[in-house]
Ligand binder design. Structure first.
Ligand code: MAN
Length: 552
């Protein structure tokens, strides 16, 4: 009976050996049948249970030797209790070397490697804790980036809407100005000169000149008034009342009355005297009266200040031509002088023919003037048209730029599905390495700037995120790499280019630069844009899950 009890731990030990190197999710598959046999995992063969982990490869898929390294290309799982389980290739099992990924030493015969999982686990946990702290802070910053992208989207939509409305208005303006320019270009210099003899036009120009002169004089007076009020203000605050100089006192009182100011000696007192209150009331009512007198059609002081220049810049020639057209157009419904409308339809064509012949005779005899199109003094109307066309083009460009920006904001290949990168567009990161300062302006250009003078080399412009076909667009590995290419060509070599490797950090920084091959640079940096919240699925415990898999 006793020997049976002694056997139990040995059996348990045997079972443990059979599952050596088996990952937790496959342990249930390593159980013997009732007849103490076992079937290879691919189902190809049934073997005695004793053949499992006996250091001889029996199954075609190598599944009978998970813990010995007897079958090639098999994963060996180290439990690493106290740390994180991990895989190593079967070729490294029982090779006499302690694998760093197998801190429990289970890949080697007992006694070869110490179990250092407690120490390694502690260091690892501390590192993960620090990384999580950074991720927590970084993800808060990242969420402000996302909020920025949403605001930016709204702004751009506003720009598109406003510019669409402006384009519609400006297009009409261009048509109007083109019409004027074309009409004035088809008018001879002599015809224009004749039109400019119109009393209305001459009077308009005289009014304009008078208004310009008044404006000039008005500005001079305003300047003079300003200087005088400065002098009087200085006198008011600086005079010495003890001298009892009545002339000075009168000047001060007079100025206070005009300017509606309290007497300087009363400034600071709780209340002003009745007399002064009366003065102020009077001044206020006078101002009110003056306001009432202003005709509705008269310009206020602000309008004079703001709008007079525009009015004086009017294109009077264009106005003249527009006016001409206006007075020449026959008012709708008026048939008084339209003889053709009194005639029966049958003789109307003969009448029109007769009229045209008569008019051309009168023109030939010099009795009336005909239209003689030729290019003339039209520079102002042409300039106005060019200005309007330029303005239209610039609004169109503004709209187009906004539309393109909008397309990129929430684009997976642009600023990310959440728009988390938009905020960093144009953010420049720099670091000094050796004789150079390296700079990368995100989504812009990378540069190599010599510290001791000399030319700056372009290291390329932003081309794409991680272009590897194995990487899924939108995940952390995708956004962890940016490519900048087509920089200044290297002498006898390629165009300079940069691979920028990014990772989560609380700040946007450029940490290192190495020239891996001639003119091929690798930058590393950090950014909060890569710090996903701790509870988000991607990146959560990513390191743990992948630990050691690189080894395979
Ligand atoms: C410059 C720099 C270097 C580069 C050489 C290649 O000196 O851009 O980084 O290696 O040119 O000639």
């Amino acid at each position: 009976m006793l020997w049976l009890l002694l056997l139990l731990p040995l059996q348990a030990l045997g079972a443990a050996e059979k599952t050596l190197g088996v990952p937790p999710d496959s342990i249930s598959k390593y159980v013997p049948s009732k007849s103490n046999t076992w079937t290879c995992l691919d189902g190809s063969k049934e073997i005695p249970w004793d053949y499992v982990n006996d250091d001889a490869c029996d199954c075609a898929d190598g599944s009978d030797e998970p813990g010995t390294g007897a079958c090639p290309n098999q994963p060996f799982y180290c439990k690493n209790e106290g740390h994180v389980g991990s895989f190593i290739p079967s070729s490294r099992v029982k090779d006499g070397l302690c694998e760093p990924n197998c801190c429990d030493g289970s890949d080697e015969r007992p006694g070869v490697c110490n179990n250092v999982c407690q120490e390694v686990g502690q260091v690892y946990r501390k590192k993960v804790e620090e990384e999580n702290k950074i991720r927590k802070t970084g993800s808060k910053i990242r969420s402000t980036y996302i909020a920025y992208a949403h605001k930016e989207k709204k702004r751009l939509e506003g720009v598109i809407e406003t510019s669409a409305a402006e384009i519609a208005i400006q297009e009409k303006e261009v048509v109007r100005l083109r019409d004027i320019a074309e009409r004035s270009e088809s008018l001879s210099a002599a015809a224009l000169e004749l039109k400019q003899q119109s009393p209305l036009y001459i009077s308009l120009i005289t009014h304009s000149n008078a208004l310009k002169s008044l404006q000039r004089e008005h500005k001079k007076h305003l300047q003079r008034e300003k200087e005088l009020s400065n002098i009087l203000d200085a006198l008011r605050t600086g005079y010495n009342p003890n001298y009892q100089d009545m002339a000075v006192l009168e000047a001060v009182r007079g100025w206070e009355e005009i300017a509606g100011l309290p007497h300087i000696n009363d400034v600071g007192k709780d209340s002003v005297s009745d007399e002064e209150a009366g003065v102020q009331e009077d001044t206020a009512s006078e101002v009110a009266e003056t306001k009432e007198e202003v005709d509705d059609e008269m310009w206020s002081a602000e309008e004079l200040e703001k709008d007079l220049d525009d009015l004086l810049n009017s294109d009077y020639v264009s106005l003249l031509l527009e006016h001409d057209e206006y007075v020449q157009s026959v008012p709708e419904g008026s048939v008084l002088f339209d003889i053709a409308s009194y005639l029966p339809d049958s003789i109307a064509p003969q009448y029109e023919e007769f009229k045209d012949t008569l008019v051309s005779w009168l023109v030939n005899l010099g009795i009336i003037k005909g239209e003689t199109p030729s290019s003339t003094d039209t520079s102002r109307s042409r300039q106005a048209l060019t200005d309007a066309e330029n303005r239209l083009n610039s609004i169109k460009k503004e709209k187009e730029d906004a539309e393109n920006d909008l397309k990129e904001i929430f684009n997976i290949h642009g600023y990310g599905l959440e728009g988390q990168w938009k905020k960093l567009d144009g953010t420049c990161l720099r670091t000094e390495v050796g004789d150079y300062t390296y700079e990368v302006c995100l989504f812009g250009e990378a540069k190599q700037i010599p510290n001791k003078g000399g030319s700056t080399f372009s290291l390329g412009k932003f081309a794409s995120w991680n272009p590897s076909p194995d990487v899924k667009p939108g995940d952390d590995t995708y956004y962890g790499k940016q490519i900048y290419n087509r920089g200044t060509r290297c002498w006898n070599g390629p165009e300079r280019n940069v691979v920028l490797l990014l990772s989560c950090g609380t700040e946007n920084t450029l940490n290192s630069v190495v020239e891996l091959e001639k003119c091929e640079y690798q930058f590393t940096g950090t950014t909060p844009a890569l710090c996903r919240p701790l509870d988000s699925s991607e990146g959560k415990n990513g390191q743990n899950a992948n630990a050691g898999k690189d080894e395979l």
